[in-house]
Design a protein around this ligand. Sequence first.
Ligand code: PLP
Length: 394
Amino acid sequence: MVERVYLDWNATAPLRPEARAAATVALDMVGNPSSVHGEGRAARRVVEQARAAVAGLVGAKADAVIFTSGGTEANVLALTPTINVAGDKAPRGQLLVSAIEHPSVRAGGRFSTGAVEEIPVTAAGVADLAALERRLAALAGSGRLLVSLMHANNETGVVQPIAAAADLVHAAGGLLHVDAVQSAGKIACDINALGADLLTLSAHKLGGPKGVGALVIGRAELHIADPLLKGGGQERGARAGTENVVGIAGFGAAAEAAARGLADDAARMSSLRERLEAGLKAVSPDAVIFGATAERLPNTTLVAVPGLKAETALIALDLDGVAVSSGSACSSGKVTPSHVLAAMGVEAGLARGAIRVSLGPVTTENEIGVFLRAWTKLAKGLSKGSNTRRGLAA
Ligand code: PLP
């Protein structure tokens, strides 16, 4: 049997043992966290412990965490005109998002299509702060803006200048939502240091279960007046429905483990990633690594080689036991050109060949070796194929 090597951690991370253990215990808890009896109170304790752990990962207070069904729901919950600040109920008229946001942000949440505007990024894949500043100045007076920027991009891994953006947004009287789904658990992600008013997390990207996430509120005086789910008063009215105790327990344990290992994991992944990229360049000197001139997550490489199609590479690597993806997971399988690379001005043909390799804290040197051997086979096939094509054209 071919040894499997999983290098698609940005799509989803394998469950951490701590998360499995906590979720397994929670599976057998009978109580509803809203019930006052002992069983209910035991379930409530699990939820509240997890809330504290998730808050701890991002330097927030426990009561700032609203559990959701994942990153997508947290993004849609955050992106609403009806965010009250200190009781001020006047709606926000405009949403600015960067051109490289996840589709759940680019869709604009509950803003009307006409109220959503995109901010460009540089060729390195970094949000163009000068362009943001110009738009903020042009919209000055409207005052009631919401800006949404991701902390790190899921395809390139490029880390965005969030703290600087927060200063600009706040000076213009706006609020800043940060999608930290890809950064949390991989690099430091402190809601106060970032200056985020709202911050999105997803458990399955950091070794928790799929189908649970959180919206973290950065300031006590901030209140989302129109929850997506109304009904029972769970999550202090912000998200009705009996809590996903199993998922939340796993999320809390994963967040705690991620926070504990953060510095060591980042250093390990970064050195493996260096090895991976040096190996890629040695085999394919014309390989383009996107966002390589910017600060990136320690675990992510997005690479393309002229003439190599992503779908061909994915299938060949998969047959050799290596799981990677083309651009973002959402578009893999469909092989639509990446909006991220398009926004960076990458030529469409090259962008269509983009392959994302993303590592995790337990990725080994041996696995990088397996990947590089499979890549070498692929690259040799490519050079033979292109010689043939050249031969035919001649
Ligand atoms: N935001 C980013 C940057 C992501 O990469 C993803 C998942 O791919 C999401 C949001 C959505 O998170 P979830 O899968 O929990 O809905």
